[in-house]
Design a binder for this molecule. Structure first.
Ligand SMILES: Cc1cc2nc3c(=O)[nH]c(=O)nc-3n(C[C@H](O)[C@H](O)[C@H](O)COP(=O)(O)OP(=O)(O)OC[C@H]3O[C@@H](n4cnc5c(N)ncnc54)[C@H](O)[C@@H]3O)c2cc1C
Ligand code: FES
Length: 276
């Protein structure tokens, strides 16, 4: 079983980086050593003896420093849990379970193309830094330029950056999937076959990414989100429908995949996109 830890960590910083986004750095040498890009952690928001809120919140591992033994989380305040998280100060302690799940799996001899929309960039910086030096492309999308997160850090990886904003304030005026489509359209058949797309963002965006990849015959992995109670394969709360496959008795069988255990990163063709 892969290494995982349920430890109380010290918060080193918890800074606001945008209108409603925060970057939290915690001290976590074991997690920093063992985490892989695309994995996540479950954060206990209340104090150790306090079960309010009861459920831990899942956040992607945004970045690690093996040298400093730190782990970063990039998060958006969306509800009660993340609002409470944003109030935590450096020096406070927080219980974190991780690293959890299966991360991105880069294939040899491929050209990685990372596609992130909105907060979907959170796990992609870790991935981009891990493969920096390799020829590849990063496609980033947001509603407007102020919501393009961590773009300078992505630039530092040396990979080509392509940007789309829905209001046209930076890069292509439109969705990040249009950037991806144009990139593929400019390549010959052999180059398209070498591309592996690694994507994270809202489900409608991931569906569109899968469509583009199918059109050009490219391999595609997606990082999914689902409501999670345990994060460890026990509660079945995070199940998503698997792509239909012939059952042992004949006909079509319906299976489910657990985002926390078999994911959050899946091969795109593992998922039943009609039913998700
Ligand atoms: C594997 C994974 C990785 C994630 N990584 C990030 C990240 O790096 N940065 C980030 O900002 N957000 C991330 N999310 C989404 C994040 O977990 C939710 O935004 C957060 O749990 C909301 O909690 P809340 O109490 O503020 O909101 P509320 O809406 O009050 O939450 C109520 C309940 O719903 C759950 N919930 C609400 N929205 C989501 C959601 N989108 N996905 C899963 N559960 C949800 C909460 O965990 C909580 O149990 C991730 C989700 C998953 C499953
Ligand atoms: S969150 Fe409990 S099984 Fe996945």
């Amino acid at each position: 079983m892969p290494a995982r830890y349920d430890q109380t960590q010290t918060i080193i910083q918890n800074c606001q980086t945008g209108p409603d986004t925060f970057l939290m750095r915690v001290d976590g040498p074991e997690m920093a050593q063992n985490a892989r890009p695309g994995q996540f952690a479950m954060l206990k928001i209340g104090a150790e003896e306090n079960y309010d809120p009861l459920l831990r919140r899942p956040l992607s591992i945004h970045r690690t420093s093996k040298e400093k033994g730190t782990v970063d989380f990039l998060y958006k305040v969306t509800g009660r849990g993340t609002k409470l998280l944003a109030k935590k100060k450096a020096g406070e302690r927080i219980k974190i379970l991780g690293p959890l799940g299966r991360g991105f799996r880069i294939m040899d001899d491929t050209v990685p193309v990372l596609v992130g929309g909105g907060l979907g960039v959170a796990p992609l910086l870790f991935l981009a830094e891990e493969i920096s030096g390799r020829k590849g492309v990063i496609c980033l999308g947001a509603v407007t330029r102020n919501q393009l997160l961590e773009i300078d850090k992505f630039r530092e990886t040396g990979m080509e950056i392509l940007v789309a904003t829905e209001d046209g304030s930076l890069g292509l005026h439109g969705f990040v999937t249009e950037v991806l489509d144009r990139m593929f359209a400019g390549l010959d058949h052999a180059s398209r076959q070498r591309i592996q797309v690694l994507s994270c963002g809202p489900t409608p965006m991931l569906k569109a990414v899968k469509r583009v990849c199918d059109h050009y015959g490219a391999n595609c992995q997606v990082s999914l989100e689902a409501f999670m109670a345990c994060g460890s394969g026990l509660c079945l709360g995070c199940a998503v429908p698997a792509a239909p496959r012939p059952s042992r008795k004949g006909g079509e069988g319906t299976d489910f995949l657990h985002v926390c255990k078999e994911g959050p990163v899946f091969q795109a063709d593992q998922i039943d996109w009609e039913r998700i």
